[in-house]
Design a protein around this ligand. Structure first.
Ligand SMILES: [Zn+2]
Ligand SMILES: [Zn+2]
Length: 441
């Protein structure tokens, strides 16, 4: 399937956010492309390279979105919605007063409904909150939506002291205000990489992460359509830290792969990724119980994630706590008697977990069990379990759902001399790396 170029009126005035340091911009893609449908990740503090725990940032529980994937995966491009090189990220939803600040010269505040315009020229904290009828920026009252834009490329807006390139849209949503960062896609990707992996990792693994994050964003542009933006800034979509999360090394990996995406059969691929696989990656259809296999993520041997700190993990969990966790997730239990693990996938993951309890038993997929207990306890579904003296003892390998790119494996491959293209083709079988966001020239 060939993407068609879509001529778009550039109704977004030239965004000041296009101020990514250095690198020439490819104006040929400044319009839109057509994306397939839906799918798709917690704010983590910035991490020290070698001691980071490598929280897998991509949401593990994506079952509800996969339903959309199954039905929409092969839509014709014509039926697909247009997406743009500009992306809107929901960065904050709050009922508390917030602060807006900026460094540089001036920001322009424009009411999206009344055309009211205000210029802020003094670089200080401005208090912004919901008013009875709309939005109050100190003593200035606006309707239910406004946009703050830097007047020049050197000006950066902060929301609650976090800096963001591009524009900030503020919208009323019920009793809350939603803050949305309207930003050029490449700049968005720059704000993701260090939330996923350390900027000190080998260059080729940074590039692989950049391609995967960019592709994932494009594939999931409709995920928050009903919220008025494309993606959120948490683990639910991809963790985005704005300008403060950027680093020269990771930015360079984004610039070096600018516009590159993974496609399968002419369509943007769903580039799932995770922290570490424990030796072999898993089939998406097995993890999320899909009717159809996703042909490019059916599980491959990894073998390069040996330096992962969670290569082997264990956890001792009080049975009474486990009963509470399961009860909270819809499996009401008074007392746990026995845990039985059934079946092994090709990657060594457990298929089914049976919990025998005082009133009967529950069968659930290992993924459901992991979600119910918590991904910081059951780090992967590649685990064993035993019960002794009121405790369950879990032992396992790897961290994350195991589908798609293994981040620690990509690091190991890069250290072994693989380039990012070879890494990506290993984890996403049959996918092609395309320039220009998948446009054909
Ligand atoms: Zn989200
Ligand atoms: Zn691996």
């Amino acid at each position: 399937m060939v993407y068609k170029k879509v001529i778009l009126v550039m109704f977004f005035f030239i965004l000041n956010c296009c101020a990514v340091p250095s690198k020439k911009r490819d104006t040929s893609v400044s319009a839109a492309l057509e994306s397939p449908s839906e799918i798709s990740s917690l704010e983590s503090a910035s991490k020290e390279p070698d001691e980071q725990e490598s929280e897998p940032q991509q949401s593990d529980d994506i079952s509800s979105f996969l339903k959309d994937l199954e039905t929409d995966n092969h839509k014709e491009p014509e039926q697909q919605s247009q997406i743009q090189e500009i992306i809107k990220i929901g960065i904050l939803e709050t009922s508390y007063p917030s602060s807006i600040n900026f460094s540089g010269s001036v920001i322009i505040v424009k009411d999206n409904y009344s055309e009211k315009i205000l210029e802020l020229t003094e670089a200080r904290d401005y208090r912004i909150k919901k008013s009875n009828s709309g939005i109050a920026l100190e003593n200035n009252y606006f309707s239910s939506e406004l946009k703050l834009s830097p007047k020049d490329s050197g000006t950066i807006i902060s929301v609650n002291n976090k800096r963001y390139r591009g524009n900030i849209i503020v919208k009323v949503s019920g009793s809350k205000l939603i803050f949305i960062n309207e930003i050029e896609l490449e700049n968005y990707v720059c704000g993701i990489i260090t939330k996923e992996i350390s900027a000190s990792w080998p260059e080729e693994s940074l590039k692989a992460q950049a391609v995967v994050a960019r592709t994932y964003a494009l594939k999931n542009m409709n995920r928050h359509k009903n919220d008025g933006y494309n993606l959120c800034a948490t683990q639910h979509c991809q963790v985005y830290g704005g300008l403060d999360a950027e680093d020269d090394r990771s930015n360079n990996a984004v610039f070096a792969t600018r516009g590159q995406v993974l496609q399968y059969d002419g369509q943007i691929a769903n580039t799932f990724y995770h922290s570490s696989c424990g030796g072999r990656t898993e089939s998406a259809s097995l993890v999320w119980n899909l009717r159809n296999k996703i042909p490019y993520v059916t599980g491959v041997k990894c073998g390069y994630c040996g330096s992962d700190p969670w290569k082997s993990w264990s956890y001792k969990l009080r049975l009474s706590d486990m009963a509470k966790l399961l009860s909270k997730s819809g499996y009401p239990i008074k007392k746990i008697k026995r845990i039985k693990l059934t079946g092994k996938t090709a990657s060594g993951r457990v298929k089914t977990v049976t919990i025998y309890h005082s009133n009967g038993k529950y069968n659930m997929t290992s993924h459901k069990f992991r979600m119910a207990i918590g991904t910081q306890i059951i780090r992967s579904t590649n685990f064993s379990a035993s019960i002794n003296g009121g405790y369950a003892y879990f032992k396992g390998h790897g961290w994350g759902h195991g589908v798609g790119m293994c981040q620690w494996g990509a690091k190991g491959m890069a250290e072994a001399g693989w380039d990012y293209k070879k890494i990506l083709k290993h984890y996403y079988r049959g996918c092609k790396i395309k320039d220009n966001y998948g446009y054909e020239d």
